[in-house]
Design a protein around this ligand. Structure first.
Ligand code: SF4
Length: 263
């Protein structure tokens, strides 16, 4: 079996892990999406959870499927008790899970509460959020992201046509808004980019030229680049080799003064 022939199962819990993460070490995951249904504003053709079950711009109509603030906090405290009792290591507390965590209508309240608990009981752990960057126009989400230690923001292409094919947004998402809203983080973020070939390709010279131009204006603290690790939703996508990812890294670093890490 090759390494992309496995697909990640959707999370059935609100709090999961700590799991060993390629990018975050020992990561304690928070799933603010429904259990076992993917709720997201994008429908990325490479998604490791397959196609999006609930493709939405606004999650309020699905509030009954989402964990409440109390549920998240209580389950987090319960999990934390086990972690502290067993002296388990946690490097990151990560908002991730079955889709886009920032779509949760109470995302800000949850972030504020988790930061308070972290400060008291798990001082060494940082807080991260893996986000698809579509919700920064919401002032509460922007405020929460500014409070988070490591906002890890998706940005796969600077070309609208490629974005539409690769990230397949819910209808109301404007690509230009995503780019402009990312600037509101004032560079205090990591940009995460998945490179892919096959039915969609974001590795051409034209792609890289505009992508690097956007990085120049976004000025992230770090750029993480990678390719498929698991079976994608669209099976006609082809994994980009490590060698090519390293060439892309060199190209970025030659043109802009940014730190780039290949995973
Ligand atoms: S944004 Fe993330 S969770 Fe949503 S479809 Fe894309 S890869 Fe999957």
């Amino acid at each position: 079996m090759n390494e992309t022939e496995n697909r990640l199962n959707l999370q059935s819990q609100v709090i999961y892990g700590p799991v060993k993460s390629r990018r975050l070490g020992k990561s304690l995951g928070l799933n603010l999406s429904p259990k076992e249904i993917k709720l997201c504003s994008l429908n990325c053709s490479y998604c490791q959870y397959s196609w999006t079950g609930l493709l939405v711009r606004d999650a309020k109509p699905f509030i009954n499927l989402l964990p409440s603030v109390d549920e998240v906090i209580n389950e987090f405290k319960e999990k934390l008790k086990g972690i502290l009792d067993n002296n388990q290591e946690v490097n990151f507390i990560t908002f991730s899970g079955n889709g886009e965590p920032t779509l949760h209508p109470d995302f800000l309240k949850i972030v504020e509460a988790i930061i308070k608990i972290r400060d008291k009981f798990l001082k060494d752990a940082k807080i991260a959020c893996l986000s698809n960057s579509t919700t920064l126009g919401n002032k509460d989400v922007l405020k929460a992201m500014k409070m988070i230690d490591e906002p890890i923001m998706k940005f796969d292409t600077a070309i609208k046509e490629t974005f539409l094919k690769l990230n397949r947004p819910s209808v109301k998402i404007e690509f230009e808004e995503i780019k402009n809203n990312l600037k509101k983080l004032d560079g205090k973020m990591t940009i995460q980019t998945l490179f892919i070939e096959g039915s969609v390709d974001n590795t051409s010279n034209e792609e890289l030229r505009s992508y690097i131009n956007s990085l120049r204006s976004l000025k992230p603290r770090l750029v993480q680049i990678y390719s498929l690790d698991r079976l994608p939703a669209d099976k006609n996508l082809i994994k980009v080799s490590k060698q090519k990812l390293n060439e892309i890294k060199k190209k970025i670093e030659m043109e802009v003064n940014l730190k780039v890490v290949v995973y």
